[in-house]
Design a protein around this ligand. Structure first.
Ligand SMILES: [Fe+2]
Ligand SMILES: [Fe+2]
Length: 474
């Protein structure tokens, strides 16, 4: 399953044997390059960046590291190898062979699922496009570009599925993926969190920790799909996704480490005095966390959803780690607990499991995201600072589902509007917070040097030293 790099579009899907598809993708390729030069990382043209490139889909040794001139990254199409006997393992088609072509009756839904996932990939590149100008180090700049090129490749993955399996509709969707723009008033990206701005590096680290993790859970659910090409595509995307979440977790961790260290060194706790030292105070970090967490958990959709039920029953989208779960994988007779607003209280209620699959995926996500927050707390604790970060209650600041428009504090109390307004400054980043964080941003471009608000990483990329020349400006 090694990747053929001698072709115009690197791939491991025997593209040269399907001339029609090859032509369609080669037609799309220059449009992708145009999009990249207009909406990809600003001012990165001709940089030599120490990047990893997928060279195979084998678990060991799938990637190769080396300098790549930025716009010359070889975006391609990689699927995990097929498992000949693979069966659909959930829903009404459970036990039947997995589909190698799109079943007619599921065509519209499958297309919709692939487009919704695919749209997030270019969206995040657009959201992050100015960050390179204010990177806190070459190491971080390299990580940003790595995330960006891989999101670009994830777009290729979606476009391959659309063009290969959905004919004319698929080609139209592939075009539309390059036309929508994050945050655009007339033609925005499909999902809310992907139209928010990512204006500074604290936002970027929070985004890659929280929002790329949403990507992980969506991809895991799609990796279970009865539509085999989708399962194999998303399985490989997950290999790349792990690094994105690492960038987020270690990034936030290094910010916290620097702040705590300065607090200890100077014996200060007051946020204004911490800011005066050029560090991001912990309450501001908490507010950023609250924002990114709440915006991200909205991405899982309504708590009860008949679409989610039908995607599952028809075998298109499974649950997180479907095969490891010990139930009947049909869920017709099962229930699941969701939260409901009862007067001014939040109460649990049992509802049909099939209807609450979005909520279940959101709950799996929440468990997973808490882990990193605990590791951040260890950094604060180790520095001897008395402060704990927490993820807010899942009803906090929601725009989608039962809690849309309901005012709930981070600790889960339902509030009247006036009380929310009186406290929101403590809970979500204000314009002043954002302006302060923005004031710290400025490119540090000397190998081994780091901006004052962030600690260096413990180790470099691919066993290179921390002061390695990760980016060469030309
Ligand atoms: Fe992605
Ligand atoms: Fe990602």
């Amino acid at each position: 399953m090694s990747v053929n790099y001698s072709e115009k579009i690197p791939n491991n899907v025997n593209l040269s044997e399907d001339k029609t598809l090859q032509r369609a993708l080669e037609h799309w390729q220059p449009e992708f390059y145009e999009w990249w030069s207009a909406m990809g990382p600003e001012g990165s043209h001709n940089f030599d960046v120490y990047l990893r490139t997928a060279v195979s889909v084998d678990r060991d040794g799938w990637a190769q590291f080396g300098y790549v001139k930025m716009p010359d990254y070889r975006w391609g199409i990689f699927l995990n190898p097929a498992d000949a006997g693979r069966k659909i393992h959930f829903g009404e088609h459970k036990g039947q062979p997995a589909w190698q072509e799109v079943p007619g009756e599921h065509r519209a839904n499958l297309r919709r699922i692939i487009v919704a996932q695919g749209d997030t990939e270019p969206a995040s590149v657009e959201q992050q496009r100015h960050l390179g100008l204010s990177a806190p180090s070459l190491y971080d700049l390299r990580n940003l570009f790595q995330v960006n090129v891989e999101e670009g490749r994830h777009l290729w993955a979606a476009v391959y599925l659309l063009q290969r399996y959905f004919g004319r509709d698929g080609r139209e969707e592939a075009e539309a993926l390059l036309q929508r723009r994050s945050g655009d008033a007339d033609n925005p990206r499909i999902l809310g969190a992907f139209n928010e701005r990512t204006p500074d590096w604290l936002s970027f680290f929070m985004f890659t920790y929280f929002t790329d993790r949403d990507g992980k859970f969506q991809l895991c659910a799609l990796a279970e799909s009865g539509f085999d090409p989708l399962a194999r595509t998303t399985q490989f995307m997950l290999t790349e996704e792990a690094h994105h979440m690492f960038v987020g977790e270690s990034g936030v961790s290094r910010v916290i480490q620097r702040t705590s260290q300065l607090m200890k060194e100077h014996g200060v706790e007051d946020p204004a005095r911490v800011r005066a030292l050029g560090a991001i105070d912990l309450p501001t970090i908490q507010r950023y966390l609250n924002f990114h967490y709440s915006v991200t958990i909205d991405l899982f959709g309504s708590d009860q959803s008949s679409n989610a039920a039908s995607f599952y029953s028809s075998g298109l989208k499974g649950r997180y780690e479907e095969t490891k779960l010990g139930d009947d994988h049909v869920l017709k007779n099962d229930t699941y607990k969701v939260l409901e607003l009862a007067g001014d209280r939040l109460l649990e209620k049992e509802v049909p499991a099939l209807l609450s699959l979005n909520e279940r995926l959101r709950d799996d996500y929440i468990k997973d995201s808490i882990g990193g927050v605990e590791r951040w707390n260890k950094v604060i604790e180790k520095a001897g600072v008395a402060f704990r970060l927490r993820v807010p209650h899942k009803a906090f600041n929601r725009k989608i589902g039962t809690f849309a428009g309901v005012r709930v504090s981070p600790d889960g109390r339902v509030l009247p509007e006036a009380q929310w307004q009186a406290n929101v400054r403590e809970w979500l980043p204000s314009e002043q917070d954002r302006a302060f964080v923005a004031s710290l941003m400025g490119r540090v471009a000397e190998p081994g040097k780091f901006a004052g608000w962030i600690a260096p990483p413990a180790t470099g990329i691919n066993r290179q030293p921390v002061d390695f020349q990760y980016v060469r400006f030309n």
